[in-house]
Ligand binder design. Structure first.
Ligand code: ATP
Length: 577
Protein backbone atom coordinates (compact mmCIF):
# COMPACT_ATOMS: atom_id res chain seq x y z
CA UNK A 1 0.00 0.00 0.00
CA UNK A 2 1.54 3.31 -1.08
CA UNK A 3 -1.49 5.56 -0.51
CA UNK A 4 -3.98 5.75 2.32
CA UNK A 5 -7.50 4.74 1.25
CA UNK A 6 -10.54 7.03 1.17
CA UNK A 7 -13.86 5.75 2.55
CA UNK A 8 -16.83 5.36 0.18
CA UNK A 9 -20.10 7.30 0.47
CA UNK A 10 -21.96 4.42 2.16
CA UNK A 11 -19.26 4.08 4.80
CA UNK A 12 -19.29 7.84 5.48
CA UNK A 13 -23.11 7.82 5.77
CA UNK A 14 -22.95 4.91 8.23
CA UNK A 15 -20.23 6.66 10.24
CA UNK A 16 -22.27 9.90 10.47
CA UNK A 17 -25.39 7.95 11.47
CA UNK A 18 -23.30 6.17 14.12
CA UNK A 19 -22.06 9.48 15.55
CA UNK A 20 -25.62 10.80 15.76
CA UNK A 21 -26.86 7.55 17.31
CA UNK A 22 -24.15 7.71 19.97
CA UNK A 23 -25.52 11.06 21.20
CA UNK A 24 -29.17 10.70 20.22
CA UNK A 25 -30.42 12.34 23.46
CA UNK A 26 -28.73 15.62 22.51
CA UNK A 27 -30.01 15.40 18.93
CA UNK A 28 -33.57 14.80 20.16
CA UNK A 29 -33.34 17.82 22.48
CA UNK A 30 -31.96 19.94 19.65
CA UNK A 31 -34.86 18.99 17.36
CA UNK A 32 -37.46 19.55 20.11
CA UNK A 33 -36.25 23.05 21.16
CA UNK A 34 -35.88 23.99 17.57
CA UNK A 35 -39.36 22.78 16.59
CA UNK A 36 -40.81 24.88 19.41
CA UNK A 37 -38.72 27.87 18.25
CA UNK A 38 -39.99 27.39 14.70
CA UNK A 39 -43.62 27.29 15.89
CA UNK A 40 -43.05 30.52 17.86
CA UNK A 41 -41.47 32.04 14.72
CA UNK A 42 -44.47 31.10 12.59
CA UNK A 43 -46.81 33.03 14.84
CA UNK A 44 -45.30 36.40 13.76
CA UNK A 45 -46.42 36.53 10.08
CA UNK A 46 -49.78 34.95 10.98
CA UNK A 47 -50.42 37.66 13.63
CA UNK A 48 -49.33 40.36 11.17
CA UNK A 49 -51.86 38.92 8.71
CA UNK A 50 -54.50 39.14 11.45
CA UNK A 51 -53.59 42.82 12.03
CA UNK A 52 -53.97 43.53 8.28
CA UNK A 53 -57.34 41.74 8.17
CA UNK A 54 -58.54 43.55 11.33
CA UNK A 55 -57.54 46.94 9.91
CA UNK A 56 -58.93 46.28 6.39
CA UNK A 57 -62.23 45.00 7.86
CA UNK A 58 -63.06 48.55 9.00
CA UNK A 59 -62.33 50.72 12.01
CA UNK A 60 -60.85 48.44 14.65
CA UNK A 61 -60.45 49.10 18.35
CA UNK A 62 -56.82 50.17 19.00
CA UNK A 63 -56.63 47.70 21.91
CA UNK A 64 -57.07 44.67 19.58
CA UNK A 65 -54.27 45.79 17.24
CA UNK A 66 -52.05 46.57 20.26
CA UNK A 67 -52.65 43.13 21.74
CA UNK A 68 -51.82 41.48 18.40
CA UNK A 69 -48.63 43.58 18.09
CA UNK A 70 -47.65 42.65 21.68
CA UNK A 71 -48.18 38.98 20.84
CA UNK A 72 -45.83 39.40 17.82
CA UNK A 73 -43.17 40.79 20.18
CA UNK A 74 -43.68 38.01 22.74
CA UNK A 75 -43.49 35.28 20.10
CA UNK A 76 -40.26 36.77 18.76
CA UNK A 77 -38.68 36.78 22.25
CA UNK A 78 -39.78 33.17 22.93
CA UNK A 79 -38.47 32.14 19.51
CA UNK A 80 -35.08 33.72 20.19
CA UNK A 81 -34.75 32.03 23.61
CA UNK A 82 -35.74 28.60 22.24
CA UNK A 83 -33.50 28.93 19.20
CA UNK A 84 -30.49 29.91 21.37
CA UNK A 85 -31.19 26.92 23.65
CA UNK A 86 -31.34 24.60 20.63
CA UNK A 87 -28.06 26.06 19.36
CA UNK A 88 -26.35 25.64 22.75
CA UNK A 89 -27.44 21.96 22.90
CA UNK A 90 -26.22 21.61 19.29
CA UNK A 91 -22.81 23.10 20.03
CA UNK A 92 -22.32 20.80 23.01
CA UNK A 93 -23.29 17.82 20.81
CA UNK A 94 -20.83 19.06 18.17
CA UNK A 95 -17.93 19.42 20.60
CA UNK A 96 -18.50 15.97 22.12
CA UNK A 97 -18.80 14.34 18.72
CA UNK A 98 -15.73 16.15 17.36
CA UNK A 99 -13.73 14.87 20.34
CA UNK A 100 -14.91 11.32 19.53
CA UNK A 101 -13.82 11.69 15.88
CA UNK A 102 -10.38 12.93 17.03
CA UNK A 103 -9.95 10.07 19.50
CA UNK A 104 -11.05 7.48 16.95
CA UNK A 105 -8.63 8.83 14.35
CA UNK A 106 -5.78 8.72 16.85
CA UNK A 107 -6.67 5.16 17.89
CA UNK A 108 -6.77 4.04 14.27
CA UNK A 109 -3.56 5.85 13.35
CA UNK A 110 -1.77 4.24 16.29
CA UNK A 111 -3.12 0.81 15.35
CA UNK A 112 -1.82 1.06 11.77
CA UNK A 113 0.74 -1.63 10.98
CA UNK A 114 4.28 -0.17 11.00
CA UNK A 115 4.72 -1.38 7.42
CA UNK A 116 1.80 0.84 6.29
CA UNK A 117 2.94 3.92 8.23
CA UNK A 118 6.41 3.64 6.73
CA UNK A 119 5.21 3.35 3.17
CA UNK A 120 2.42 5.91 2.87
CA UNK A 121 3.40 9.59 2.45
CA UNK A 122 3.87 11.10 5.93
CA UNK A 123 2.23 14.36 4.76
CA UNK A 124 -1.01 12.52 3.92
CA UNK A 125 -1.39 10.98 7.38
CA UNK A 126 -0.49 14.33 8.99
CA UNK A 127 -2.94 16.27 6.79
CA UNK A 128 -5.72 13.80 7.63
CA UNK A 129 -4.97 14.05 11.34
CA UNK A 130 -4.85 17.87 11.36
CA UNK A 131 -6.61 19.62 8.44
CA UNK A 132 -9.24 16.94 7.76
CA UNK A 133 -10.03 16.13 11.38
CA UNK A 134 -10.20 19.91 12.02
CA UNK A 135 -12.66 20.41 9.15
CA UNK A 136 -14.84 17.54 10.36
CA UNK A 137 -14.76 18.85 13.94
CA UNK A 138 -15.73 22.38 12.82
CA UNK A 139 -18.61 20.94 10.79
CA UNK A 140 -19.88 18.86 13.67
CA UNK A 141 -19.66 21.83 16.02
CA UNK A 142 -21.11 24.53 13.73
CA UNK A 143 -22.67 23.14 10.58
CA UNK A 144 -24.62 20.11 11.81
CA UNK A 145 -26.58 22.01 14.53
CA UNK A 146 -27.27 24.96 12.23
CA UNK A 147 -28.32 22.78 9.29
CA UNK A 148 -30.60 20.72 11.48
CA UNK A 149 -32.16 23.86 12.94
CA UNK A 150 -32.54 25.47 9.50
CA UNK A 151 -34.11 22.30 8.05
CA UNK A 152 -36.74 22.16 10.81
CA UNK A 153 -37.51 25.88 10.34
CA UNK A 154 -37.84 25.56 6.55
CA UNK A 155 -40.15 22.56 6.93
CA UNK A 156 -42.41 24.37 9.41
CA UNK A 157 -42.58 27.50 7.24
CA UNK A 158 -43.73 25.45 4.24
CA UNK A 159 -46.31 23.60 6.34
CA UNK A 160 -47.63 26.98 7.56
CA UNK A 161 -48.06 28.24 3.97
CA UNK A 162 -49.94 25.03 3.08
CA UNK A 163 -52.19 25.42 6.13
CA UNK A 164 -53.02 29.01 5.15
CA UNK A 165 -53.85 28.03 1.59
CA UNK A 166 -52.93 24.73 -0.14
CA UNK A 167 -52.90 26.39 -3.59
CA UNK A 168 -50.42 29.04 -2.45
CA UNK A 169 -48.42 26.21 -0.83
CA UNK A 170 -48.26 24.41 -4.17
CA UNK A 171 -47.22 27.65 -5.94
CA UNK A 172 -44.47 28.15 -3.35
CA UNK A 173 -43.19 24.58 -3.78
CA UNK A 174 -43.18 24.99 -7.57
CA UNK A 175 -41.26 28.25 -7.22
CA UNK A 176 -38.65 26.55 -5.08
CA UNK A 177 -38.12 23.71 -7.59
CA UNK A 178 -35.07 25.45 -9.11
CA UNK A 179 -33.10 25.09 -5.87
CA UNK A 180 -32.91 21.26 -5.82
CA UNK A 181 -32.02 21.25 -9.54
CA UNK A 182 -29.04 23.58 -9.15
CA UNK A 183 -28.06 21.95 -5.85
CA UNK A 184 -28.04 18.50 -7.44
CA UNK A 185 -25.88 19.84 -10.23
CA UNK A 186 -23.50 21.20 -7.61
CA UNK A 187 -23.45 18.09 -5.41
CA UNK A 188 -22.71 15.79 -8.36
CA UNK A 189 -19.47 17.67 -8.98
CA UNK A 190 -18.57 18.89 -5.53
CA UNK A 191 -17.48 15.64 -3.84
CA UNK A 192 -14.87 14.81 -6.47
CA UNK A 193 -13.75 18.44 -6.63
CA UNK A 194 -13.30 18.66 -2.85
CA UNK A 195 -11.57 15.26 -2.69
CA UNK A 196 -9.15 16.48 -5.37
CA UNK A 197 -8.65 19.71 -3.42
CA UNK A 198 -7.86 17.71 -0.24
CA UNK A 199 -5.49 15.36 -2.05
CA UNK A 200 -3.69 18.28 -3.72
CA UNK A 201 -3.33 19.94 -0.28
CA UNK A 202 -1.77 16.74 1.10
CA UNK A 203 0.69 16.47 -1.79
CA UNK A 204 1.64 20.13 -1.30
CA UNK A 205 2.17 19.62 2.45
CA UNK A 206 4.24 16.51 1.74
CA UNK A 207 6.44 18.20 -0.89
CA UNK A 208 7.05 21.27 1.25
CA UNK A 209 7.75 19.19 4.39
CA UNK A 210 10.22 16.91 2.62
CA UNK A 211 11.99 19.86 0.95
CA UNK A 212 12.31 21.69 4.27
CA UNK A 213 13.44 18.54 6.11
CA UNK A 214 16.06 17.90 3.45
CA UNK A 215 17.25 21.51 3.09
CA UNK A 216 20.88 20.58 3.62
CA UNK A 217 20.79 17.77 1.09
CA UNK A 218 18.98 20.06 -1.38
CA UNK A 219 21.70 22.68 -1.02
CA UNK A 220 24.58 20.23 -0.99
CA UNK A 221 23.46 18.49 -4.18
CA UNK A 222 22.31 21.67 -5.93
CA UNK A 223 18.75 20.36 -6.13
CA UNK A 224 17.13 23.73 -5.49
CA UNK A 225 15.78 24.20 -9.04
CA UNK A 226 14.42 20.67 -9.17
CA UNK A 227 12.73 20.97 -5.76
CA UNK A 228 11.34 24.39 -6.71
CA UNK A 229 9.87 22.91 -9.88
CA UNK A 230 8.29 20.05 -7.88
CA UNK A 231 6.86 22.53 -5.33
CA UNK A 232 5.60 24.79 -8.17
CA UNK A 233 3.81 21.82 -9.71
CA UNK A 234 2.18 20.95 -6.36
CA UNK A 235 1.17 24.60 -5.79
CA UNK A 236 -0.23 24.79 -9.31
CA UNK A 237 -2.31 21.67 -8.74
CA UNK A 238 -3.57 22.91 -5.36
CA UNK A 239 -4.52 26.27 -6.96
CA UNK A 240 -6.23 24.56 -9.89
CA UNK A 241 -8.34 22.35 -7.60
CA UNK A 242 -9.28 25.36 -5.43
CA UNK A 243 -10.37 27.33 -8.50
CA UNK A 244 -12.51 24.37 -9.55
CA UNK A 245 -14.43 24.34 -6.25
CA UNK A 246 -14.69 28.15 -6.39
CA UNK A 247 -16.24 28.00 -9.87
CA UNK A 248 -18.83 25.49 -8.62
CA UNK A 249 -19.77 27.86 -5.79
CA UNK A 250 -19.95 30.77 -8.24
CA UNK A 251 -22.79 29.02 -10.07
CA UNK A 252 -24.60 27.72 -7.00
CA UNK A 253 -24.99 30.88 -4.93
CA UNK A 254 -26.33 33.36 -7.56
CA UNK A 255 -28.72 30.74 -8.94
CA UNK A 256 -30.10 30.09 -5.47
CA UNK A 257 -30.45 33.80 -4.66
CA UNK A 258 -32.68 34.24 -7.73
CA UNK A 259 -34.66 31.11 -6.77
CA UNK A 260 -35.74 32.70 -3.46
CA UNK A 261 -37.59 35.50 -5.24
CA UNK A 262 -39.56 33.23 -7.60
CA UNK A 263 -41.99 31.69 -5.00
CA UNK A 264 -42.66 35.13 -3.43
CA UNK A 265 -43.58 36.58 -6.85
CA UNK A 266 -45.72 33.51 -7.62
CA UNK A 267 -47.58 33.72 -4.31
CA UNK A 268 -48.20 37.46 -4.74
CA UNK A 269 -49.54 36.95 -8.29
CA UNK A 270 -51.76 33.95 -7.50
CA UNK A 271 -52.65 35.30 -4.00
CA UNK A 272 -53.57 38.68 -5.55
CA UNK A 273 -55.94 36.95 -8.00
CA UNK A 274 -57.50 34.90 -5.16
CA UNK A 275 -57.95 38.11 -3.08
CA UNK A 276 -59.64 39.93 -5.98
CA UNK A 277 -61.91 36.88 -6.40
CA UNK A 278 -62.69 37.18 -2.70
CA UNK A 279 -61.44 33.63 -2.02
CA UNK A 280 -58.63 34.71 0.29
CA UNK A 281 -58.11 37.56 2.71
CA UNK A 282 -55.39 40.16 2.20
CA UNK A 283 -53.90 39.15 5.57
CA UNK A 284 -53.52 35.51 4.45
CA UNK A 285 -51.75 36.57 1.22
CA UNK A 286 -49.47 38.90 3.18
CA UNK A 287 -48.73 36.16 5.77
CA UNK A 288 -47.83 33.68 2.97
CA UNK A 289 -45.52 36.22 1.31
CA UNK A 290 -43.89 36.97 4.67
CA UNK A 291 -43.41 33.25 5.34
CA UNK A 292 -41.71 32.78 2.01
CA UNK A 293 -39.43 35.76 2.65
CA UNK A 294 -38.69 34.11 6.00
CA UNK A 295 -37.82 30.88 4.19
CA UNK A 296 -34.76 32.55 2.67
CA UNK A 297 -33.04 32.61 6.08
CA UNK A 298 -33.01 28.82 6.80
CA UNK A 299 -32.44 27.94 3.14
CA UNK A 300 -29.49 30.33 2.99
CA UNK A 301 -28.08 28.75 6.13
CA UNK A 302 -28.44 25.27 4.61
CA UNK A 303 -26.76 26.33 1.37
CA UNK A 304 -23.92 28.15 3.08
CA UNK A 305 -23.25 25.06 5.16
CA UNK A 306 -23.76 22.78 2.15
CA UNK A 307 -20.37 23.87 0.90
CA UNK A 308 -18.86 23.15 4.30
CA UNK A 309 -20.72 19.81 4.37
CA UNK A 310 -19.24 18.92 0.99
CA UNK A 311 -15.68 19.76 1.90
CA UNK A 312 -16.05 18.11 5.29
CA UNK A 313 -17.74 15.08 3.68
CA UNK A 314 -14.57 14.68 1.62
CA UNK A 315 -12.47 15.24 4.73
CA UNK A 316 -14.54 12.71 6.68
CA UNK A 317 -14.06 10.20 3.85
CA UNK A 318 -10.29 10.69 4.20
CA UNK A 319 -10.44 10.44 8.00
CA UNK A 320 -12.60 7.29 7.82
CA UNK A 321 -10.31 5.85 5.13
CA UNK A 322 -8.07 4.57 7.90
CA UNK A 323 -10.81 2.14 8.91
CA UNK A 324 -10.29 0.29 5.63
CA UNK A 325 -6.74 -0.69 6.55
CA UNK A 326 -6.60 -4.05 8.28
CA UNK A 327 -4.89 -3.64 11.66
CA UNK A 328 -1.63 -5.40 12.34
CA UNK A 329 -2.47 -9.07 12.89
CA UNK A 330 -1.88 -9.80 16.54
CA UNK A 331 -3.60 -13.02 17.36
CA UNK A 332 -1.06 -15.25 19.07
CA UNK A 333 -1.41 -15.27 22.82
CA UNK A 334 0.81 -18.29 23.50
CA UNK A 335 4.18 -17.41 25.02
CA UNK A 336 7.14 -18.67 22.98
CA UNK A 337 8.74 -21.83 24.34
CA UNK A 338 12.42 -20.85 24.31
CA UNK A 339 14.60 -18.31 22.52
CA UNK A 340 15.40 -20.11 19.28
CA UNK A 341 14.58 -18.15 16.12
CA UNK A 342 13.78 -20.19 13.02
CA UNK A 343 13.39 -18.74 9.54
CA UNK A 344 11.84 -21.14 7.02
CA UNK A 345 11.25 -20.55 3.30
CA UNK A 346 10.70 -16.81 3.80
CA UNK A 347 9.68 -14.75 0.79
CA UNK A 348 8.82 -11.06 0.92
CA UNK A 349 7.85 -8.40 -1.62
CA UNK A 350 7.40 -4.65 -1.05
CA UNK A 351 5.39 -4.29 -4.26
CA UNK A 352 3.28 -6.91 -6.04
CA UNK A 353 5.12 -10.19 -6.27
CA UNK A 354 8.60 -8.75 -6.93
CA UNK A 355 10.29 -10.75 -4.16
CA UNK A 356 13.26 -9.14 -2.46
CA UNK A 357 13.61 -12.17 -0.16
CA UNK A 358 13.44 -15.36 -2.18
CA UNK A 359 13.28 -18.35 0.15
CA UNK A 360 15.47 -17.68 3.19
CA UNK A 361 16.20 -20.46 5.73
CA UNK A 362 18.13 -19.69 8.89
CA UNK A 363 18.34 -20.87 12.50
CA UNK A 364 19.63 -18.36 15.03
CA UNK A 365 21.14 -20.12 18.05
CA UNK A 366 20.33 -18.59 21.42
CA UNK A 367 23.22 -16.51 22.74
CA UNK A 368 25.19 -16.34 19.49
CA UNK A 369 26.45 -13.25 17.65
CA UNK A 370 25.42 -13.58 14.05
CA UNK A 371 26.61 -11.10 11.45
CA UNK A 372 24.43 -10.58 8.37
CA UNK A 373 26.53 -9.38 5.42
CA UNK A 374 26.10 -8.94 1.69
CA UNK A 375 26.05 -6.34 -1.05
CA UNK A 376 23.69 -3.36 -0.98
CA UNK A 377 20.13 -4.40 -1.82
CA UNK A 378 20.73 -8.06 -0.86
CA UNK A 379 17.78 -7.97 1.56
CA UNK A 380 19.58 -7.72 4.93
CA UNK A 381 17.50 -4.87 6.35
CA UNK A 382 14.31 -6.48 5.04
CA UNK A 383 15.15 -9.71 6.85
CA UNK A 384 15.91 -7.62 9.98
CA UNK A 385 12.44 -6.03 9.81
CA UNK A 386 10.80 -9.45 9.43
CA UNK A 387 12.83 -10.90 12.32
CA UNK A 388 11.55 -8.11 14.59
CA UNK A 389 7.90 -8.40 13.54
CA UNK A 390 7.75 -4.99 11.77
CA UNK A 391 6.54 -6.76 8.63
CA UNK A 392 5.07 -10.15 7.82
CA UNK A 393 6.51 -12.53 5.18
CA UNK A 394 4.55 -13.15 1.99
CA UNK A 395 5.32 -16.85 2.34
CA UNK A 396 7.21 -19.02 4.81
CA UNK A 397 7.55 -18.47 8.53
CA UNK A 398 9.69 -16.71 11.12
CA UNK A 399 9.21 -18.13 14.60
CA UNK A 400 10.63 -17.55 18.05
CA UNK A 401 10.21 -20.44 20.47
CA UNK A 402 7.79 -21.99 17.96
CA UNK A 403 5.48 -18.93 17.75
CA UNK A 404 5.10 -16.78 14.62
CA UNK A 405 6.94 -13.49 15.41
CA UNK A 406 4.55 -11.19 13.52
CA UNK A 407 1.59 -12.59 15.47
CA UNK A 408 2.94 -11.74 18.89
CA UNK A 409 1.20 -8.88 20.75
CA UNK A 410 3.53 -5.85 21.21
CA UNK A 411 4.12 -6.45 24.95
CA UNK A 412 5.25 -10.04 24.32
CA UNK A 413 7.14 -9.22 21.12
CA UNK A 414 9.39 -6.61 22.72
CA UNK A 415 10.45 -9.16 25.35
CA UNK A 416 11.64 -11.47 22.55
CA UNK A 417 13.30 -9.47 19.83
CA UNK A 418 13.92 -5.74 19.26
CA UNK A 419 15.25 -3.83 16.25
CA UNK A 420 17.84 -1.12 16.95
CA UNK A 421 18.46 1.26 14.06
CA UNK A 422 19.92 4.73 13.69
CA UNK A 423 16.48 6.33 13.94
CA UNK A 424 15.63 7.23 17.53
CA UNK A 425 12.41 9.02 18.13
CA UNK A 426 12.24 11.23 21.20
CA UNK A 427 8.65 12.01 22.19
CA UNK A 428 7.78 15.50 23.43
CA UNK A 429 7.14 14.16 26.85
CA UNK A 430 8.87 13.54 30.17
CA UNK A 431 12.01 11.36 30.30
CA UNK A 432 9.94 8.85 32.30
CA UNK A 433 7.24 8.61 29.59
CA UNK A 434 9.91 8.19 26.93
CA UNK A 435 11.25 5.20 28.83
CA UNK A 436 8.10 3.49 30.11
CA UNK A 437 6.97 3.02 26.51
CA UNK A 438 9.21 -0.03 26.60
CA UNK A 439 8.18 -1.22 30.06
CA UNK A 440 4.95 0.33 31.31
CA UNK A 441 5.32 -1.13 34.82
CA UNK A 442 8.96 -0.17 35.42
CA UNK A 443 9.73 1.62 38.71
CA UNK A 444 11.81 4.82 38.85
CA UNK A 445 14.73 2.80 40.23
CA UNK A 446 14.56 0.45 37.24
CA UNK A 447 14.45 3.44 34.86
CA UNK A 448 17.49 5.02 36.54
CA UNK A 449 19.50 1.81 36.45
CA UNK A 450 18.62 1.31 32.73
CA UNK A 451 19.92 4.84 32.07
CA UNK A 452 23.07 3.99 34.02
CA UNK A 453 23.68 0.83 31.93
CA UNK A 454 23.85 2.95 28.75
CA UNK A 455 25.95 5.67 30.41
CA UNK A 456 23.11 8.25 30.28
CA UNK A 457 23.92 9.78 33.68
CA UNK A 458 23.06 13.22 32.26
CA UNK A 459 19.39 12.17 32.39
CA UNK A 460 19.34 11.84 36.17
CA UNK A 461 21.16 15.20 36.52
CA UNK A 462 18.40 17.07 34.62
CA UNK A 463 16.63 19.83 36.63
CA UNK A 464 13.41 17.84 37.07
CA UNK A 465 15.02 14.39 36.89
CA UNK A 466 12.75 11.85 35.21
CA UNK A 467 9.98 14.46 35.02
CA UNK A 468 12.03 16.72 32.71
CA UNK A 469 10.21 17.30 29.45
CA UNK A 470 12.15 16.52 26.30
CA UNK A 471 12.07 18.19 22.88
CA UNK A 472 10.29 21.40 21.80
CA UNK A 473 10.38 23.85 24.71
CA UNK A 474 11.94 21.22 26.98
CA UNK A 475 15.42 19.73 27.09
CA UNK A 476 16.68 19.01 23.57
CA UNK A 477 18.78 15.86 23.18
CA UNK A 478 21.73 15.56 20.79
CA UNK A 479 22.09 12.49 18.54
CA UNK A 480 24.15 10.49 21.03
CA UNK A 481 21.78 11.23 23.92
CA UNK A 482 18.78 10.27 21.80
CA UNK A 483 20.48 6.99 21.05
CA UNK A 484 21.26 6.37 24.70
CA UNK A 485 17.59 6.92 25.48
CA UNK A 486 16.66 4.42 22.76
CA UNK A 487 19.15 1.90 24.14
CA UNK A 488 17.82 2.40 27.68
CA UNK A 489 14.42 1.42 26.26
CA UNK A 490 15.98 -1.80 24.94
CA UNK A 491 17.43 -2.52 28.40
CA UNK A 492 13.96 -1.99 29.90
CA UNK A 493 12.22 -4.13 27.28
CA UNK A 494 14.84 -6.79 28.06
CA UNK A 495 14.54 -8.86 24.87
CA UNK A 496 16.65 -12.01 24.55
CA UNK A 497 17.53 -11.06 20.94
CA UNK A 498 18.57 -7.73 19.43
CA UNK A 499 18.77 -7.00 15.69
CA UNK A 500 21.19 -4.17 14.93
CA UNK A 501 20.80 -2.29 11.66
CA UNK A 502 23.35 0.49 11.18
CA UNK A 503 22.81 1.42 14.81
CA UNK A 504 25.82 3.71 15.07
CA UNK A 505 26.41 4.49 11.40
CA UNK A 506 25.35 8.15 11.46
CA UNK A 507 27.23 9.23 14.59
CA UNK A 508 30.56 11.06 14.44
CA UNK A 509 33.60 8.97 15.45
CA UNK A 510 33.86 10.29 19.06
CA UNK A 511 30.14 9.88 19.70
CA UNK A 512 30.15 6.53 17.93
CA UNK A 513 32.76 5.21 20.37
CA UNK A 514 30.57 6.19 23.36
CA UNK A 515 27.52 4.77 21.59
CA UNK A 516 29.32 1.51 20.90
CA UNK A 517 30.31 1.24 24.56
CA UNK A 518 26.65 1.77 25.53
CA UNK A 519 25.60 -0.74 22.88
CA UNK A 520 28.08 -3.32 24.16
CA UNK A 521 26.53 -2.99 27.65
CA UNK A 522 23.05 -3.46 26.19
CA UNK A 523 24.04 -6.49 24.10
CA UNK A 524 25.69 -8.29 26.98
CA UNK A 525 24.06 -11.72 27.51
CA UNK A 526 21.72 -11.37 24.54
CA UNK A 527 21.54 -13.01 21.12
CA UNK A 528 22.73 -10.45 18.56
CA UNK A 529 21.96 -10.36 14.85
CA UNK A 530 24.09 -7.54 13.45
CA UNK A 531 23.54 -6.28 9.90
CA UNK A 532 27.19 -5.57 9.30
CA UNK A 533 28.45 -2.93 6.92
CA UNK A 534 31.99 -3.11 8.29
CA UNK A 535 33.36 -6.61 7.94
CA UNK A 536 35.23 -6.23 11.25
CA UNK A 537 31.84 -6.89 12.87
CA UNK A 538 31.57 -10.10 10.85
CA UNK A 539 35.11 -11.06 11.79
CA UNK A 540 34.27 -10.73 15.51
CA UNK A 541 30.93 -12.60 15.23
CA UNK A 542 30.35 -16.28 16.11
CA UNK A 543 28.87 -16.94 12.67
CA UNK A 544 28.43 -15.02 9.45
CA UNK A 545 25.36 -15.28 7.20
CA UNK A 546 25.96 -14.00 3.68
CA UNK A 547 23.02 -12.72 1.65
CA UNK A 548 22.92 -12.03 -2.05
CA UNK A 549 19.94 -11.28 -4.30
CA UNK A 550 17.39 -12.07 -1.56
CA UNK A 551 18.92 -15.45 -0.70
CA UNK A 552 21.17 -16.76 2.04
CA UNK A 553 24.18 -17.97 0.08
CA UNK A 554 26.70 -18.82 2.80
CA UNK A 555 26.63 -19.52 6.53
CA UNK A 556 29.56 -20.35 8.83
CA UNK A 557 32.37 -18.93 10.93
CA UNK A 558 34.57 -16.19 9.51
CA UNK A 559 37.51 -18.57 9.22
CA UNK A 560 35.49 -21.32 7.52
CA UNK A 561 33.99 -18.90 5.00
CA UNK A 562 37.35 -17.30 4.18
CA UNK A 563 38.80 -20.78 3.72
CA UNK A 564 35.89 -21.79 1.49
CA UNK A 565 36.87 -19.05 -0.98
CA UNK A 566 33.30 -18.06 -1.89
CA UNK A 567 31.31 -14.78 -1.83
CA UNK A 568 32.36 -13.90 1.73
CA UNK A 569 36.03 -14.62 1.03
CA UNK A 570 35.82 -12.19 -1.93
CA UNK A 571 34.10 -9.53 0.18
CA UNK A 572 36.69 -9.97 2.93
CA UNK A 573 39.59 -9.76 0.49
CA UNK A 574 38.17 -6.60 -1.12
CA UNK A 575 37.48 -4.97 2.23
CA UNK A 576 40.73 -6.06 3.85
CA UNK A 577 42.86 -5.45 0.83
N1 ATP B 1 10.35 0.47 1.40
C1 ATP B 1 10.71 -0.17 0.30
N2 ATP B 1 9.89 -0.19 -0.78
C2 ATP B 1 10.22 -0.86 -1.90
N3 ATP B 1 11.38 -1.54 -2.06
C3 ATP B 1 12.25 -1.55 -1.04
C4 ATP B 1 11.96 -0.87 0.19
N4 ATP B 1 13.00 -1.06 1.03
C5 ATP B 1 13.91 -1.82 0.36
N5 ATP B 1 13.45 -2.11 -0.88
C6 ATP B 1 14.12 -2.94 -1.89
O1 ATP B 1 14.31 -4.23 -1.35
C7 ATP B 1 15.57 -4.76 -1.72
C8 ATP B 1 16.32 -5.16 -0.45
O2 ATP B 1 16.56 -3.98 0.30
P1 ATP B 1 17.25 -4.03 1.73
O3 ATP B 1 17.26 -2.64 2.26
O4 ATP B 1 16.63 -5.08 2.55
O5 ATP B 1 18.74 -4.47 1.34
P2 ATP B 1 20.05 -4.36 2.21
O6 ATP B 1 20.78 -5.62 1.93
O7 ATP B 1 19.72 -4.06 3.63
O8 ATP B 1 20.77 -3.13 1.53
P3 ATP B 1 21.65 -1.98 2.21
O9 ATP B 1 22.90 -2.63 2.66
O10 ATP B 1 21.88 -1.01 1.08
O11 ATP B 1 20.82 -1.42 3.31
C9 ATP B 1 16.28 -3.67 -2.52
O12 ATP B 1 16.10 -3.97 -3.88
C10 ATP B 1 15.53 -2.41 -2.16
O13 ATP B 1 15.54 -1.52 -3.24
Amino acid sequence: MTELPVAGRAHVRRAVAGLIRDDRGAVAQMVLFNALAAIAGLAGPWLLGRIIDTVTAGPAPVGVVDRLALAVLLCTIVQIILARTALAVGYRFGERTAARVRERFLDRALALPASVVERVPAGDLTARGTVDVGTVAATLRDAIPEVLIAAVQALFVLVAVFLLDPLLGAVALLGLAGIPVVTRWYLRRARTAYLEEGAAGSVLADELASTIAGTRTVEALGLRDRRTAVADEAIHRARHTRLRTLSLRSVLFPAVDVSYVVPVVGVLLVGGALYIDGRLSLGAVAACALYLRQLAVPLDAILVWLEQLQSSGASFARVEGLAAIPPAVVTERAAPAGDRIEVRGVRYAYEGDRDVLRGVDLTVRPGERLALVGPSGAGKSTLGRLLTGVDRPRAGSLTVGGVEISRLPPGLLRRQVVLVTQEHHVFRDAVRDNLTLAAPDATDDELISALAVVGADWATDLPDGLDTRLGGDGFVLDGAQAQQLALARVVLADPHTVVLDEATALLDPTTARDAERALAAVLHDRTVIAIAHRLQTAHDADRVAVMDGGRLVELGTHDDLVAAGGTYANLWRTWHG
